[in-house]
Design a protein around this ligand. Sequence first.
Ligand SMILES: [Zn+2]
Length: 346
Amino acid sequence: MAFRAVVIGSGDYPRESGIVSYSEIGESARHFGLVLDSDPLWRQDGGGCRVLTADEVRTPNGVMTALEEEADRATHQDVLVVVYVGHGALWKDVPDAEVHFAVGSSHQRKPWTWLSSWYVYRVMRQSKARMKVLIADCCYSNQLKSLGGRPEAGSLGVIGQGKGTCLLTAVKGSDSLADPNGCPSLSDGLAGCTPFSGHLLDVLRRGTDDYHSHLTLGLLRDAVEQSMAGCDQAHHEPRMLLNDAHEKYVLATNRMDPADRRPRPGNPVDPDQWVATLLRDAECDLEDLLRDADKTGEVVARLSANRDERWQSRAQAVADRAFRTFRNAPDALARYVITLDRAQAG
Ligand SMILES: [Zn+2]
């Protein structure tokens, strides 16, 4: 199962095109490449991120040829993500009244020089990928159609069982204009990206304090919304439309240190609660407990102090897990052993 992305970012335009150039567009595209390629989940099984070159983003043909190559490579196991960062436009008086994306050779007043989102949808629809995600950081992205439904309606059809689509856009509601100017509150190069991409990349790079080890579609949406709403700069509200894709589908690794994440709701906290939980449920998840070597030693001591067979077997199981977890971490192992000895002696 591979995660693959195609990133289209076209930010440089000659003056005569009438389109404004923004360095934030190219920077956003470049950072998508860096951030996704450094995610362990994205490095598995030949996955990865293809950031289209300046030459590829110059023409609709360049973009579509590259996109088709990547879409065709995706198997039934794979996730296909398409990212567009740039200028969007919508003309009502052309045969194909869909959102159009600017490419390097586009001209402000010439709709036929832009890439219709319909072609992007068409190639994504034909891909075999298990899940398809379109991230659109541009003006009029609030007008993009849901990635799903009837193909003849110009939207992205869902093929087969268990497949789904997700559309994540920079703007929602009635205001169609996306802000291109970087957010100064972001750090480590992300202030040079567009605000939506910058905040999204910040969440991908830092993770969230949710206890899950992966970022799902729902967690990603919530974290980006919170990050933008809580920023000291005013930002648009992003939008996510899901079509047969579940909020719990995984898109990336949650890179926040587990120690900094909130505990799993309802999880035991103190040693007595752990003992009670272990006696009730031998299969309970020990991940939270094993983050604290002292507490683990305390729990094993309390369990082993009772001669009852059930207590003894639980003590042995936790001790085995503790040894496997701490054997490569001498400090943690030492704290575990010392606490265990002290508790058993007391
Ligand atoms: Zn911000």
